[in-house]
Structure formats: C-alpha cells, structure tokens
Design a protein around this ligand. Sequence first.
Ligand SMILES: [Zn+2]
Length: 508
Amino acid sequence: MSDQSKKLLEIGKELKELSVKSGRLGWAYYTTGYDFGIQESYDKITDYLKDKKRFETVCAIRDKTTDTEEKRMADLLFDSFERFHLSDEVTRITKEIQVLTNKLSGILNTHRSHIDGKEVTSLEIQQILSESPDRELRKKAFLARAQVNRPMLEGGFIDLIKLRKEYARAYGADDYVSMSLEKQDLNTDIFKGWEESVQQKLPEMKKVREKYAQKYLKDNTVRPWDEDYIRGQLAPALNTQVNMTNFYDYIRTFFAHFGYNLDDYNITYDLFSRRNKSEWGYNFPIETAKDSRILANIKDRFHEFRVLLHETGHALHSYLNDPEKIVLNMGISGIISEGIANLFGGFLTKPLFYSQFFSDNLKEVKEQFAALKEWQEAHILQPVAGILFDQRLYTASIENAEDIHALKWSLDQNLNAVEPYGDEPVWAYRIHHTTHPIYLHNYFMGDVTCAMLEETFKKRSGVEQIEEKPEEFARFLYDEVISPSGLYPYPELFKKIAGEEFSLKYIL
Ligand SMILES: [Zn+2]
C-alpha cells in the first residue's frame, strides 16, 4: 500500500472511531429515549472534519493519484470533509439540521397513537390492519398513523425541510434532491420515465384491486386500510401465531442454508416493544464486522419475520464486508444495502424459510403464497408515489401543513389511484422523511437490483431458483456484489453485473 493510501486509511480510521461512538449513542436513544450526548458526538465529528490540514491532505491525494482504488478513497473522504470547508453558513446550517433532526426523531420515537382514546402500539395497529374483519376498526387503526403529523409539524418539521433547502443553496447545488442524489453517486435522470411506467401499470393494478375488493370486501374499491387485510385473506399463513422467543433458531437455520453461521457474528437483537423505543425496524451498523445491532418491534406473528430477515440481512452484510477497507466501506450504496436486506426479507414467502413452520401443510401454504403473487405483482410500482413524495418535499414550495397534504394526496391519487381518505393523509409516521431524506428509492431500486441478480445468477448457474444452490448463490453475491460494492458507484456496479444500464424492466 502506498504512503498516500495509508494516510487516507488513517483518517478513515479516526473518523470511524468517532462514528462508532455516535452509533452507540443513537442505539441508546432509539431503544430507550435516553440521549447521552448525541449532539456532542456530532460536534466532535464536525470538529474533526473542519480541520484544514486534514482536508488539504485529502485534496492533494485526490488531485494527484492515478490509482483507481486510491482515487475512490480520496473521493469518499472528500465528500465527508468538503461541506465543512465551503462557508461558515454551511457549517451552521449543518448543525441546525442535526439538532432539529435529533429532536424530531425523539418526538417520533416516543409518540404513541390512540384508537378511541386508548393507547396502541404500531404492532397493535398492524395486527388490526392484517386481521380484523371490522372495516371501520381498520379505518380507525390506519388513520391513527396520521396522529403524529401534528406533533411533528409543531416540533418544526417544515423548518427542517426549509433548512435542508437552505443547505443545498448554500452548498451551491440546484436543489436538495439533486445534491443528495449526487452524494449517493446517482442523479435525477435515473428517475425519468418512472411516472409513465406507473401510469401504464395502473389499469392492471386497478383491475386486481377491484377483483379482490369484490371478493373479500363486497365492495368495488380497496381503501388503504384494506390492503393488509386482503393479503391476510389471500395468505392466512402470514398471520400464523409463532412463539417469537425462539426467533433466533429459525433465523439461524435459514441463514445456514447459504453457508452463513450467525453464531460467528456479534448481532444484538432488541425486539419487543417498550415505552420510548422507536416503533420502526432498524439496523445499527455500529462497527463493521464487529458490532451490529437490530431494533425491531415484533410479538407473535409469522409475517413479523420479514423485518427480522431484512435487518439480519443488513447485519450479515456488515460481517461479510472487509473491516480493513474502512474508507471504501463508506462508499457502499444504500441501494446495495437495502437490496441485500430485501433479498433475505423476501424469503419469508419461500419454502427455504417457511418450511420450518408449516411442515404439516406445506402444500397449502405454497398455494397461499402463490395466490398472493398476483396482488404483489400488480402493486410492484406502488412505492414510486412514496419515493416521489420524499423528493418533492424539497422541490415544491412547502410553507404549511396544507402544502404537504396536497402534495401527498395528489401523488396518491395520480399514481396509486387512492382517493383522499380522511382529514389528512398518513405521512409523518414514516421516519425516513425526518431522519433519512431522499432515501426511499434505495428499497425499491434494491428490489430491482435483486431481480437483476436473481436473473443473472440463474443464467450463469443453470438453476430455476436460488434455493436450488444457496451456497453457490452466496458466493455469487459475495464475488459480484459485496466484495466490489465499495469500489464502484452504484450505476457502474449494476452495469458490470448486468451488462447493461439500470432499468425497471427487471421487475416489470
Ligand atoms: Zn433496511
């Protein structure tokens, strides 16, 4: 390794130490509501990145090097440092965004919804939506998710949007969306044509929804609170009661098929609900290949394994990464992370995972999941409306709650054929809008990537299903995706594997 690479690695190591500390603080905050000094830990990172000499070192190497890997490392570090060397204004806004994001995520994590005056957890809401035949109750449960809109607005959500827009201006970017995408090695072009694809798919989606509304609701329209119920009707296995105290045995058995031994890894699971704990599912990648933690909210239903498989997929990914490649690991695309996590999450409805549970009626369960397929495929582009909402918060003028609501209603109506359903739409409960703006595309594009990987693997190995050769698939995943993923920007990586540019055709 050259002296220059060593220098970059040294900086990467010091930065990593600081981010490990803030990761641990984040874990405590999200699991208990205790803030043991998150902002101080961010301030330390800021101080480190503000250092002129270090930044000059990175810039000098970045300008001079001719080595691909060294250039990538320098680019990645440059991205972390750059914003603190533009103007005092950018630094000031960065801190204001951190403080407000931290405050708002606290509001969201500790908020609890109510149905008819009674406090309910996100799990209870989910259970009603999946299982209750009482449509009015399902409606109430769904709308309860809108209750957090108001405290988030009062807490300053619109100020947060404005600060991010201000940040993009001070940074010199066209807007916050293009700036954020550029930081992720993407650009706005990749989203061109998505709306048209949705429009083309819409008649099929409407037809399928009408068919199942008539079958299960004795109505012509599926409302948002009917969707999980219909899935549960199509595949009752999803709502099977499971003793979740044994969750780890099931997960470990499943991952062993691929040759992974979870016992070799240090993965912490915090799975059951409690006061002041975030109601979402999260992986805290505290330290690559050393400490990975999973926050989730589960209780006793089979479908809850989807989140466990997804988050364990993240943790596994961390342990497959090379901890020595500290700087390159910073360049792993969110699409790759979420793609790998979704890949394992998707095994919920495949025999390799579910045969552990339904050994007495495997055939019947298989038919149930096959019946679910038509519904899933008709809704394959449903996430696009949410992705565009995530982006347009930053390209539209947002001055008040009505602006946000109008934006959400119009996207729901135009892209998902969902008519306004209450006083206000459900939106703020989705934590990404607060903590991870311009991120939702990662899940969806991750799915497209998985579909491409599956197709490529099948072609190369001559199998019909990944399940036929899971260990070979694990090697393919490592060689083609995990190992090179820090070195190449996402669009390049996709092209290297697929032999062509990213396209939605893989899921259509
Ligand atoms: Zn994830």
